[in-house]
Design a protein. Structure first.
Length: 131
């Protein structure tokens, strides 16, 4: 079991790095809850990161969703590295993914306003100006 925990820890830390996330248990506890995970302590997350423990299945699924991976890939590894990018989705920072999900829940008028605001930011950036 110990080798399985260490291997999981290595896959988790590598996936966090690819996603542009640090290994902060505080941040991971917060993000885990937002991706449908069960409440867990910072010490438990630290155990996952250090190869001392494995998450329960609900938290494994939430971690995988947060990292745009299949749960079995995170748990067992997979040289094929199947990611959602190949299915027409992009690999996003989990915080951006949450922002997009929140955007999609907004009423139509507010979404239209935010799209306009984003367009203005893009135009400003293209012209080398600060918004």
């Amino acid at each position: 079991m110990r080798n399985e925990q260490v291997a999981f820890s290595e896959r988790l830390r590598a996936a966090l790095q690819r996603a542009g996330l640090g290994e902060s248990p505080v941040e991971l506890v917060r993000l885990l809850a937002r991706f449908g995970g069960e409440p867990v302590s910072q010490q438990a997350v630290s155990g996952w990161l250090k190869g001392r423990a494995m998450p329960r299945q609900a938290n494994l699924r939430a971690l995988a969703k947060m990292l745009s991976m299949e749960p079995q890939q995170l748990q067992y590894g997979d040289d094929a590295r199947r990611v959602r990018e190949g299915k027409g989705e992009w690999r996003l920072d989990p915080r951006d993914q949450l922002a997009i999900e929140a955007f999609l829940q907004l009423p139509t008028a507010q979404r239209k306003l935010l799209r306009h605001l984003i367009d203005e930011f893009v135009k400003s950036a293209a012209n080398g100006r600060k918004p």
